[in-house]
Structure formats: C-alpha cells, structure tokens
Design a protein. Structure first.
Length: 246
C-alpha cells in the first residue's frame, strides 16, 4: 500500500485517502470483487483515525465504487454509469465522461413507418417515414444499454447512413443539421431482463433492469428524438440535478 498521507496539507486527510484508493481501483490494483484493506489496517498503517478512514470509504460508497459487506469489509464494485436523468442527452458521452472506454455495436439503421405510439412522441402524421437506429452501448467492452432511437426522416435524411460506432447522434445533429437539443422528458420503469436481452448482455434472465422512454426536444420544444432504452440495473445509477428558481 503506497499511500503517503500528508497531515500538514490543506487537503483533508479523508480526501487524500479517498484519492489513493480511487487511483488503485481505476488502475486495476483493486479489481471488482476484491476487498480493499480493512478500516483497522488503514488506521494502523497510515496513522489516521477510524473516523477519517470511514469518511473516505463512505465517499467511495456514495460514488458507486465500493460496497460495504457486513462482517467482511468494503468490496470493489463493478463500474457503473452515473446518469443525470434530466441532463445527460447521450449515454455514450456519459460513459466517456466517467473515464471508461466507450464503444457501440450498431445493430440496425433503417427508414421505416412506425406505429402511432412512436409517431405521436415525435408529433408526426400517419404515413410519415421515420429513421430507426438500434445500438448497444458498451463500457470497457461490456454491453450495458440497448437503445432504439427514432427521428423524423424528412428532417434528417441521410442520418441513417452515418457511422454511429464513432459519432454520437447528439453531436451529429448540431454539426450536420443545425439542430441543438435543449430539454429531456424522461420516464423510467423497473423491469427484468428477458431471454432475448439476456443473450445480448451475456447475463442471466430475471435480473433487475430499467426501461427508459425519453423525448429529446430542441429550443422551441419540438420533439427531435424519441428514444427507448433498456438498461442493465447492475451497471447504471440515475440521479437528478435540479436547480431551484427560488
């Protein structure tokens, strides 16, 4: 354990310890499923109080890096996506922001006519052509999210032919179509992994997951993207970032 706690520093001791442990998790010294040193070991080795150690560990628990296991200690969790439900327009950008390697499997990209429930989310009339893009978002080469994205073909002709394994839809729209996303309406429901999706995600059926419906709107509140995503429950955490107008 190569931790050098500087007690003369203005940086709080718990934060110094937090950064050391986080560094070792990100560098793979502590892998998912490993236990970090116990509170007693950290106290004795570093000469700091148990309260300081607990504060550092609690912060890592809150951030989703550690899980406390009664009677055993603090376990390193598999990485998860901390997704701002109202502020993150792109799953892929969220994965990259957290320092994980993002990759995309493009399942299909086509122009179709969709049922009323989908057309209505985009305010489109019957018979309107719609671009449907199905992707699997991966983090560190592990599939996390299956997403179907729907857009108006008349507005975004040619989008269906682009390479979504490299670019985000949310960065293509302002650059190529002068369309900037401004607001999200999102609905989330708990569900379970079925047989089909279990094969896609290489996991057992019946594991908790999340079903997410989102409408992404531009500055004039026009629906631009309707997105339905199926998200692994063991790899994503959602939060709200809301500012008061008071």
């Amino acid at each position: 354990m190569n931790y050098k706690i500087n007690k003369a520093s203005k940086i709080p001791l718990y934060y110094q310890l937090n950064e050391y442990i986080l560094r070792d998790i990100k560098n793979g010294i502590y892998k998912p499923g490993d236990y970090i040193p116990t509170e007693e070991e950290l106290c004795n080795t570093l000469g700091i109080s148990r309260g300081t150690v607990r504060q550092a560990i609690n912060l890592l628990v809150d951030e989703g890096f550690l899980e406390r296991i009664r009677g055993k200690g603090s376990l390193v969790k598999a990485p998860s996506l901390n997704h701002d439900l109202l502020g993150d327009f792109s799953f892929g950008q969220g994965i990259e922001r957290q320092g994980m390697k993002r990759s995309v499997i493009l399942v299909s990209s086509e122009v179709t006519e969709q049922k009323h429930s989908i057309r209505s989310r985009l305010n489109l009339a019957k018979g309107s052509k719609i671009i449907k893009i199905r992707r699997i978002h991966c983090a560190n080469e592990e599939p996390w999210i299956l997403e179907d994205s729907y857009l108006d073909y008349e507005k975004f002709k040619g989008l269906e032919d682009l390479d979504f394994t490299k670019d985000h839809i949310t960065t293509i729209l302002p650059r190529r179509y002068d369309t900037k996303l401004h607001r999200i309406e999102a609905f989330v429901e708990p569900t379970l992994v079925d047989e089909e999706r279990a094969q896609l995600f290489n996991m057992k059926p019946g594991i908790p997951a999340l079903s997410m419906d989102r409408v992404l709107l531009d500055e004039s509140d026009t629906p631009i993207i309707y997105s339905h995503a199926f998200v692994r429950g063991d790899r994503c955490r959602y939060y709200f970032n809301i500012k008061s107008n008071v």
